[in-house]
Every structure is written in C-alpha cells, then in structure tokens.
Design a protein around this ligand. Structure first.
Ligand SMILES: Nc1ncnc2c1ncn2[C@@H]1O[C@H](COP(=O)(O)OP(=O)(O)OP(=O)(O)O)[C@@H](O)[C@H]1O
Ligand SMILES: [Mg+2]
Ligand SMILES: [Mg+2]
Length: 291
C-alpha cells in the first residue's frame, strides 16, 4: 500500500515511528508536509499538489496535524477523503476534537464523567463563575493552551478572581474547572485504536506540580485500567468519531473524569511506557480499512 503520513517535521519521534512501522510491513511510506500542499478544487476531480507534482495512488493517510495548523491541515485531510483515500482520523472528527468546548459538550451529552466545567463569554461576574465551578481551588485553562502551558491552579478565591479578570482583560478565552484534588497530580492516558485500548499509562507530575504533562517534567509508567476507565476511554473516542485517540482522564472519587481527547496523540511516551509497538497498530488499522 501507499501511505502518506502528514507531518511538518520528519524528525519527530511519532513521524519516524509511523514511517518505520509502515516500511516494516512492506508499504510505500511518504512524509507529506500538509502546510505545503496546494488543493485543486474542481468538479468531480479533486486533487493535491505537493512539491510541484500531483499526488496520486495513495491508499491511506495518517494525519499528524499540529494544533496551530488545524484549519489548513484539516482541509488537506478532507481533500484526501474526497480523493477516496482512507484517513486514520476523519477530517470532521479532527475539527471537532480540536474545539475543546465542543468536545466537552459532546462528551457530557454522551454521559461521560467530566470535571465540572464553566465556560463564559468574558463574564464580568467572575465570582459567580468560581462558585459554579464549586469554589476555590479551581483550575483555569486557556482554551488554546497545550502541553500544560496556560493551565493554572488558583488556590483561593482572590487569586481565582484576579486570574480570571486578567485573562478576560486580554480577551483570552478560558474554562474554569473544579480542581480534582484526589488525582494527586497524576492523569491517565489511554491510547485507543478502532474501539480498543491498545496501551495506557499513568503520568505523574513532578514534586509539587499538579500538571502531569511530560513536557512539564512529569514521568510516565504503564498502568492497567479498570473496566470503568477502559469503557470511558472507548466511549470518549467513539462519540468524537476518532479511530485513533489519546484519551486523558483523571482518577476521581466518582470514577474516571475525561479531561480531553487528542486526535494526534504522541507515540513516544506511550511506546516507552508500555513497550508496545503502537505505530504498528496504527498501520494495521489503516490496512484493515483499505482492504
Ligand atoms: N480539573 C483538574 N483537576 C486536577 N488536575 C487537573 C485538572 N485539569 C488539568 N489537570 C492537570 O493538568 C494537566 C494539564 O491539563 P490539560 O490536559 O487540561 O491541559 P493541556 O495539557 O495544556 O492541554 P493539551 O493536552 O490540549 O495540550 C493535566 O494533565 C492534569 O494533570
Ligand atoms: Mg493535556
Ligand atoms: Mg491535548
């Protein structure tokens, strides 16, 4: 098969592993930088131009689209779909998963556990928002944050109010969330492919840090999920329409609470923690759908 990995950086671990895993199975693998594709939009004959040539004969595409280029990257994925190329992540699902607010709404409608979350249109009444989130301490998150940056723990009401006022003043959109203390600075990442959890890890923030992101100095180890956690992860990926997803959850007194669902989950942490060939499982998923 001829498979494209959409990636802006051929040196990233995830990109390299997908190429390697595909080649190990005898596929013709190509790295395509979606930011450098031109789209041909015309009646009945959609096309893609890359490095001066029209792309042809692809069977599958594996998008690894960074958050900052969601708009254009999704257009490229959609173009592949119009050309009848199977994508490991549907363009629609990609857009949906990148909108944190919309994703949380979809997850809550599906009946999944979530930390209580308040979103407002820069409301001046910050006190009421903090109350609705259960009162301080609360977690305040920039909607477009990533890798733990833009996620703040406000210990008390005064700091929560001033942080909210500051973000409002900057016209930065935030959500205010109940702080799940019993998670103890850890979260769980479940890697879901085609409705099955293929690997899971627990990430623990460094000493004194409530954020467990590996980019913030957290560490990861393999974990066996409870049935409840496994079902929640599978359901979360399903309701967002993601064939490949990284589902992040907090372990709380009332069961697993979904934090977010990633549509381009990194492979390095999960492969290191589990020792599994997750890239190979993504290739197999593409194979099953192209056949
Ligand atoms: N409501 C909460 N209660 C307790 N801990 C939280 C809460 N929200 C987030 N955390 C911790 O902070 C970390 C970062 O939060 P989150 O995943 O929401 O943002 P992010 O990682 O910056 O976003 P993204 O994953 O999209 O890059 C989480 O992994 C978790 O450890
Ligand atoms: Mg996160
Ligand atoms: Mg994320």
């Amino acid at each position: 098969m001829k498979i494209a990995v959409l990636s802006q950086n051929p040196n990233l671990y995830s990109t390299k592993r997908l190429i390697e895993a595909g080649m190990n199975k005898g596929h013709e693998m190509h790295i395509i930088d979606h930011s450098k594709c031109d789209l041909i939009i015309e009646k009945k004959r959609p096309g893609l131009i890359y490095q001066g040539k029209e792309l042809e004969g692809f069977d599958g595409v594996i998008p690894r689209i960074g958050a900052s280029i969601t708009f254009y990257g999704t257009a490229v994925v959609r173009q592949f779909e119009m050309m009848k190329v199977f994508s490991s992540v549907e363009s629609q699902a990609l857009v949906r998963s990148r909108d944190k607010l919309r994703s949380l709404q979809i997850l809550s409608r599906a009946g999944l556990g979530l930390p209580k979350t308040i979103f407002s249109n820069y409301s001046k009444n910050v006190g009421a928002i903090i109350d609705k989130a259960g009162g301080a301490p609360v977690v305040i998150k920039l909607l477009e944050g990533t890798q733990g940056l833009g996620v703040v723990l406000a210990d008390n009401r005064n700091s929560a109010e001033s942080i909210l006022e500051a973000f409002n003043g900057l016209q930065a959109r935030v959500i205010v969330q109940e702080f799940i203390k019993e998670a103890k600075g850890a979260d769980i990442r479940a890697f879901v492919i085609d409705g099955v959890v293929v690997g899971s890890m627990k990430r623990q923030g460094k000493e004194g840090e409530f954020r467990s992101n590996l980019h913030r100095g957290g560490s990861a180890q393999i974990i066996e999920l409870t049935d409840e956690e496994e079902n929640a992860a599978i359901k979360a990926a399903k309701c967002l329409g993601l064939g490949v997803a990284g589902v992040d959850m907090l372990q709380s007194d009332r069961g697993p609470l979904i934090l977010e669902v990633n549509s381009s989950p990194g492979l390095e942490g999960i492969e290191a923690a589990t020792g599994k060939n997750i890239a190979g499982k993504i290739i197999k998923y593409v194979e099953r759908n192209v056949d």
